[in-house]
Design a protein around this ligand. Structure first.
Ligand code: NAI
Length: 338
C-alpha cells in the first residue's frame, strides 16, 4: 500500500536527520510519497497567537494525510514567538504524547533492560500559554486541567497498555499540593482505571517517581502523566538509556498523528553533518507501526540494532566517530535480506 506522509524537516539539525530518515524509509521497501513543507509561518517574530506561528499549508497537508514525520523546531526562551511544536499539537489536537524508552545495544547507559512507556497529556496543564503580568514584578501562569482531557489521556494509556500487552500503569501527580488541578487529573484517571481491571493501577507523587525511576527503572511499565510532569519525566527517562538522541516520540490525536524526535535543534552541531538521526529513525518505526507497516518497521529496527551492536559506524554523541551520512549508509547496508 502506498502512503502519503507529510515531512516537516524542522530547523537546526532537523533537515539533516529528516533527510536521513527519508533515505532509510525509502530503502526499507515501504511505499511513501512525501509532501515536504516548513512548519513555521514566515515573519513570526511578532506573532502572538499559537495559530499565527504555523504555516497553514503544512497544517492542511497533515490534516489531509493524517500522518507526519517531523524534525525539531527552535523555540525562543523567555519572550519571542510562541512554540511551533506546541501550536502544532494544539491545532491538530494531538492529545497523546507517546514515548517508549528502551535500551539500545552498545549505547552507554546507567541501566540495562529498561522498557518504559511514557504517556503524556499533550494539550493543557501549564502549556496552555495563559500567562500575564499581574503588577510589575508579579506574573501569573495558569495551569489548566480538565476532566475531559484527563479522561481522554487515561483511556488512551489503558487502551495502549491492553493492545501492547503491558501490565501496569502508574499515574504520576502532585495532588497532595495541587489538590484541585492534579486532584481532578487523578480522579479522572481513577474512574477510567476502574474499567480496566486487567491492568494493574498505581499512583505516585511526581518527586518520588523521579527518585524511584533513577534508582530502579525496571519497576515501571507505563507512566501516565499530565503535560508538564510528562515533559520532565520523559527526558529524565531518556537519560537512563543514553539520552535524547536515541528515543522516539509520537503525538497522536483522533484525526492525525505526528512522529518526531524528542531532542531539539542542536544549534551547536547544526549543518556539520554530525547529527545522530537515530531518534527520528525510531520515531519513523513508531510511525510505520501506526501505518500498519509492521514488516518495514521491524526491518529498520533490526538494521539499527545491528549497527549499534557492531558499534563501528555510530555517531559521536553515543561514543562513535561517524557522521550522519556514514551512519545512515550503515543502517541501509544492514537491512536484513528478504
Ligand atoms: P537540544 O536537544 O537541541 O540539544 C541538547 C544537546 O544534545 C546538544 O549538545 C546537542 O548537540 C545534543 N543533541 C541533540 N540532538 C542530537 C542529535 N540528534 N545528535 C547528536 N547530538 C544531539 O536541546 P536545547 O539545546 O535545549 O534546545 C535547542 C533548541 O531546540 C531550542 O530552541 C528548543 O526550544 C528546541 N527544541 C525543540 C524540540 C522539538 O522540536 N521537539 C524539543 C526540544 C528542544
Amino acid at each position: 500500500m502506498k502512503h502519503t506522509v507529510t515531512l516537516l524537516p524542522g530547523e537546526g539539525i532537523g533537515p539533516e536527520v529528516a533527510a536521513a530518515a527519508q533515505r532509510v524509509l525509502d530503502a526499507s521497501g515501504v511505499q511513501i510519497e512525501w509532501e515536504v513543507l516548513g512548519a513555521r509561518a514566515e515573519n513570526t517574530n511578532k506573532a502572538t497567537t499559537g495559530a499565527e506561528v504555523l504555516n497553514a499549508a503544512a497544517i492542511e497537508s497533515v490534516r489531509r494525510n493524517r500522518v507526519a514525520l517531523k524534525g525539531p523546531m527552535a523555540t525562543a526562551i523567555a519572550g519571542g514567538a510562541r512554540s511551533v511544536n506546541v501550536a502544532l499539537r494544539k491545532s491538530l489536537d494531538l492529545y497523546a504524547n507517546l514515548r517508549p524508552v528502551k535500551n539500545l545495544p552498545g549505547v552507554k547507559s546507567h541501566f540495562d533492560g529498561v522498557d518504559v512507556v511514557i504517556v503524556r497529556e499533550n494539550t493543557e496543564d501549564l502549556y496552555s500559554g495563559l500567562e500575564h503580568e499581574v503588577v510589575p514584578g508579579v506574573v501569573e501562569s495558569l495551569k489548566i486541567i480538565t476532566e475531559k482531557a484527563s479522561t481522554r489521556i487515561a483511556k488512551f494509556a489503558f487502551e495502549y497498555a491492553r493492545k501492547m500487552g503491558r501490565k501496569k500503569i502508574h499515574a504520576i501527580h502532585k495532588a497532595n499540593i495541587m489538590k484541585l488541578s492534579d486532584g481532578l487529573f487523578l480522579h479522572s484517571v481513577r474512574a477510567v482505571a476502574e474499567k480496566y481491571k486487567d491492568i494493574e493501577y498505581q499512583e505516585l507523587i511526581v518527586d518520588n517517581a523521579c527518585m524511584q525511576i533513577v534508582i530502579n527503572p525496571n519497576q515501571f511499565d507505563v507512566l501516565l502523566l499530565p503535560n508538564l510532569y510528562g515533559d520532565v519525566m520523559s527526558d529524565l527517562a531518556a537519560g537512563l538509556v543514553g539520552g535524547l538522541g536515541v528515543v522516539p516520540s509520537g503525538n497522536i490525536g483522533i484525526e492525525a498523528a505526528i512522529f518526531e524526535a524528542v531532542h531539539g535543534t542542536a544549534p551547536d552541531i547544526a549543518g556539520k553533518g554530525l547529527a545522530n538521526p537515530t531518534a527520528l529513525l525510531m520515531s519513523s518505526i513508531l510511525m510505520l507501526h501506526h501505518l500498519g507497516e509492521a514488516a518495514a518497521a521491524e526491518r529498520i529496527e533490526k538494521a539499527l540494532i545491528k549497527v549499534y551492536k557492531e558499534g563501528k559506524h555510530v555517531t559521536r554523541d553515543v561514543g562513535g566517530k561517524a557522521g550522519t551520512q556514514e551512519f545512515t549508509d550503515a543502517v541501509i547496508a544492514a537491512f536484513p535480506h528478504a
